[in-house]
Design a protein around this ligand. Sequence first.
Ligand code: 5GP
Length: 178
Amino acid sequence: MDQKITIKDKQFRPFIPAKKIDEAVKKVAGQINAELKNESPVFLVVLNGSFMFASDLLKEVTIPCEISFIKVASYHGTSSSGSVSELIGLTEDLSGRTVVIVEDIVDTGVTLEKLVTVLQRKNVKQIKVATALMKPDSYKKEFKVDYVGMEIGNDFVVGYGLDYDGMGRNLKEIYVLA
Ligand code: 5GP
């Protein structure tokens, strides 16, 4: 059963079984249901990697809410201002709303920070962050990650939405580089 798999040029071994993922998802949903019950939040699901976590999580979220799907596009402008981030797919008016960013994994926090910076310009009431996985030893940012499914070390993982070079997102368990 617990066999190594090969994706392209790399081998991965089973790391987090589906049952443990399920428990983590239910824990996060329980926290959200309790803490945000009067907020009618908007969940912003960050594609592509979060699709599986978002689907499982939101089935367990029982409070009134909206769900929207976004992508973060980064590009380098012609000025010296460095990289600029844009959210693709955000059509809702978020002013005054509690927004819950749904991420697959938070590593250094660079991606999350870009997202938060864009959202802070939209007059939201508050921003919360839910992530399936977090690498606390790698996280370099100040912004609080409110709801964490599971903490892992600095290893590269695939499955449960996460890819290696485009592959492996469909795996229902999480694998780590062997
Ligand atoms: P950060 O900006 O927090 O450093 O990284 C966030 C992004 O890096 C994630 O959204 C994900 O795309 C990618 N990433 C970070 N760690 C992993 C990992 O272990 N596996 C995979 N597949 N992607 C990762």
